[in-house]
Design a protein. Structure first.
Length: 403
């Protein structure tokens, strides 16, 4: 970031800062760490408790401070640096921030320290990037008496909320897994994923716990289902998912098998399934029963983060598969003799693993899952898809963005 992007340097613990860049409304907020702190073997590391966005107050946290830390300071710069400090008594330490703007005194509660930064709700701040590094006064760390964290690049994002579209029955968002606005530390096991739809369809631990990743999908939080072959989260059985029609949106990254299955537990009867693997193998399925199904593949080659959208209707062929806003152009494949969905069968939503244990497990990172109890109109799907496209910085064919 150029120094002339900063119009006013008004930083203080817990207060707002005012910066400006060219209009970048629609950019996702991110917090990406790099480099290594000191001393070894457990150097301090930076974390962020909430996604940085206009109108929010993210708390910057430094973890693993030495036990004798007396004071912690957060350095805020406009440029990245790489200045080794061994020559002045800090062996193994590197100054990773340049173009210093200000320093913020952090609140210390060993082995952590934190400081909040309030971001005004001004669209001109979207896209502003700050370089952060924490320094702790620790006499035991080295001759210089300082411990250094890694570097974090904080990019301010857009804070637009999910558009209001009738029929929402489930909204799982990894940026707020507990429903409190504050997420746990990176690597924490996840036993409950809070439903933000207001319907109370929270997803709890299935067979084994996945873990939380702060920077799971394009710098935003996600749930990592790659810890074992049985990681899963599942809602209770509900008539909210019992109709013959649904629209499902999935945001995930680098899947081996990022599964979302809407079916009664223990069976694939009357199952709606989103099934994504690397390469051009992102599919949606209408399952009538074991080995009786229609699958719709997609031509899109999935690399990194992606948005998958699928619609389901009562008829066997009433299935769609959309990736990055582009509909499948592939022919469907029928196995066995699938039949129409019944109009009412209570189902649960299985995330990361299917409900019947003899079938596939998932091992991708899932950032967001949205389920509607009906087939949305084209304009409604465009609105939801473009919201996700903006939020995660994923390019695609959706065009309903409203700044």
């Amino acid at each position: 970031m150029h120094r002339n992007s900063i119009l006013r340097q008004a930083f203080a613990p817990g207060t707002s800062f005012v910066l400006a860049v060219a209009g970048l409304v629609g950019q996702s907020g991110t917090f990406v760490t790099a480099g290594t702190g000191c001393p070894t073997p457990l150097p301090p590391s930076l974390e962020l408790l909430t996604v940085p966005a206009i109108g929010s107050t993210p708390a910057v946290l430094v973890e693993s401070l030495p036990n004798d830390t007396l004071l912690a300071i957060l350095g805020v710069g406009g440029l990245q640096g790489n200045l080794p400090l061994a020559g002045i008594g800090a062996t193994g330490c590197t100054l990773l921030v340049d173009g210093l703007i200000t320093t913020l005194t952090m609140s210390v509660a060993l082995p952590t320290a934190s400081v909040p930064i309030a971001v005004p709700n001004q669209t001109g701040l979207v896209g502003v990037a700050l370089e952060l590094q924490a320094v702790g006064l620790s006499l035991s760390s080295n001759a210089l008496g300082l411990a250094f964290s890694d570097r974090a690049t904080l990019t301010v994002g857009w804070n637009k909320s999910l558009p209001v579209v009738p029929g929402l029955v489930l909204h799982l968002d990894a940026s707020d897994i507990a429903g409190t606005g504050i997420n746990p530390a990176d690597g924490t096991p996840v036993t409950l994923w809070h439903d933000r739809s207001g319907n109370g369809n929270h997803a709890s631990q299935g067979q084994a716990t996945p873990i939380f990743r702060r920077n799971g999908v394009n710098g935003r939080p996600a749930i990592d289902f790659g810890q074992s072959s049985t990681d899963s989260l599942v809602t209770a059985i509900s008539n909210d998912f019992g109709g013959a029609a649904a629209t499902v949106f999935l945001v995930a990254a680098d899947p081996v098998t990022a599964l979302v299955s809407i079916a009664p537990p223990g069976t694939v009867d009357h199952e709606m399934l989103l099934y994504a693997r690397p390469g051009p193998n992102v599919r949606s399925f209408h399952h009538s029963s074991p080995f009786q199904y229609l699958e719709l593949p997609h031509q899109q080659n999935v690399v990194g983060a992606f948005i998958q959208e699928a619609e389901f209707g009562q008829g066997v062929n009433d299935v769609s598969n959309v990736v990055q806003g582009v509909a499948s152009t592939q022919a469907s494949v029928v196995t066995g003799s699938p039949v129409a969905f019944p109009p009412n069968v209570a189902r649960a939503v299985h995330v990361g693993r299917r409900g019947a244990s003899i079938y596939e497990n998932g091992s991708g990172r899932i950032a967001e899952l949205i389920v509607f109890d009906r087939q949305l109109t084209a304009s409604e799907r465009d609105l939801i898809g473009s919201y996700l496209q903006v939020k995660y910085g994923i390019s695609g064919a959706y065009s309903g963005i409203v700044p």
